[in-house]
Write a protein that binds this ligand. Structure first.
Ligand SMILES: C[S@@+](CC[C@H](N)C(=O)[O-])C[C@H]1O[C@@H](n2cnc3c(N)ncnc32)[C@H](O)[C@@H]1O
Length: 352
């Protein structure tokens, strides 16, 4: 039995079954045995858009530069990224914007990263930009800000609720009589947060309390009078609640979420409708969600790809293949959504 499985078993024996959110938090972030804390597998267990094609980071760089320009080219700008992983997105975005007069001089770069090994990688890769690390965006310095997060929201642990016919129950993780981790239900727990009323069809809800924390931090920033645009890219439905989407990835394969705690990445679909609702409730402007494919195309991804391919050693074949995956509606182009929550802008951010 792995050290984390052993710990989870002892915790459940001592305290009883735990909510899915507690399980996922321990699996991802336990200091000694957690997946991100000890052996994050970006590129091994799963591959993200910036790791697939530089066109992604280049287009995000363009988005940042356009927002900065539309903000009136402020001489000081907070740039923050949540969950930067191997820092490829930020490195590409900053390389792509280097020629833009005054942009880099204005930037203060802050990163929110839970994983110590990934922090070290980020320090190495972004050394030239002097990044600082903060616990969350409530610590971001005052002033205009641009905030980015790609495949960060899907890591925020959810609580899961199931309607059994007469009552809501919370999905828990407990032990079978032989001591194996197993899902079960805790009776009579009403769903947290503001929910769509049970319509007889909704029998499964997955709620990420972290979305509330995030929009609350943005609300406080807006209340303090600092303009910002926060761009979130992730997978999930645009208008319907996701239901039960908890899954695990290990070496590129989807596996049972209870099979390899601490060794596999755990993830859920993001409820974009709920994020948009929370954003509006917090008094923010909400742009999107739009699909990733059209978003990248509207920023000029096709022309940029053609330009890069001209000088690529293989005629750009690998780059074309990787970039098409990001745009193609049958692959990541429709499943991934882009949403922007903003405050104090007198323009609509490019791409929406
Ligand atoms: C799926 S990876 C995405 C990495 C990167 N954005 C990319 O697109 O390649 C998730 C990132 O979020 C970080 N992360 C996950 N949960 C976090 C949390 N609660 N606080 C801060 N960072 C977190 C992980 O360590 C990792 O850097």
């Amino acid at each position: 039995m792995s050290a984390l499985k052993d710990l989870l078993t002892r915790l459940i024996q001592a305290d009883g079954p735990m909510p899915v959110s507690t399980f996922m938090t321990l699996c991802l972030h336990h200091r000694d045995f957690g997946y991100y804390a000890t052996r994050p597998g970006v590129g091994r267990d799963f591959i993200t858009a910036p790791e697939s094609s530089q066109v992604f980071g280049d287009m995000i760089g363009l988005w940042l530069a356009q927002c900065w320009s539309d903000l009136g080219r402020p001489s000081s700008l907070q740039l923050a990224e949540l969950g930067p992983g191997r820092a490829t997105l930020m490195a590409d975005a900053l390389r792509a914007t280097r020629p833009l007069d005054g942009f880099h001089a204005a930037l203060s770069l802050s990163l929110v990263e839970a994983s110590p090994p990934l922090r070290s990688l980020q320090a190495e890769k972004l050394e030239a930009y002097g990044p600082g690390w903060i616990e969350d965006i409530s610590e971001l310095a005052p002033g205009p800000a641009l905030i980015l997060a790609n495949e960060y929201l899907d890591c925020l642990p959810p609580r899961q609720f199931v309607h059994t016919g007469d009552a809501w129950c919370e999905r828990m993780i407990g032990l079978t009589p032989s001591g194996t981790l197993a899902f079960g239900l805790s009776k009579g727990v009403p769903p947290i947060g503001e929910q769509p009323l049970p319509d007889g069809k909704t029998t499964k809800l997955e709620i990420q309390p972290g979305l509330e924390t995030l929009t609350e931090h943005l609300r406080l920033r807006a209340d303090a009078g600092h303009p910002f645009a926060a761009l979130f890219i992730d997978y999930g439905p645009a208008t319907t609640p996701p239901g039960d989407t908890l899954r695990a990835y290990y070496q590129g394969r989807q596996i049972d979420p209870l099979a390899r705690p601490g060794d596999s990445d755990l993830t859920v679909d993001v409820d974009f409708a709920r994020l948009a609702h929370l954003g509006r409730q917090a008094g923010l402007s909400v742009h999107g969600p739009v699909q990733q494919g059209p978003f990248l195309l509207s920023l000029g991804a096709e022309a940029h790809l053609n330009r890069l391919a001209r000088t690529a050693p293989d005629g750009g074949e690998a780059l074309y293949r990787a970039t098409r995956r990001l745009i193609d509606p049958e692959e990541m182009g429709a499943r991934f959504k882009v949403i922007c929550l903003s405050h104090g802008l007198n323009f609509t951010p490019v791409g929406f």
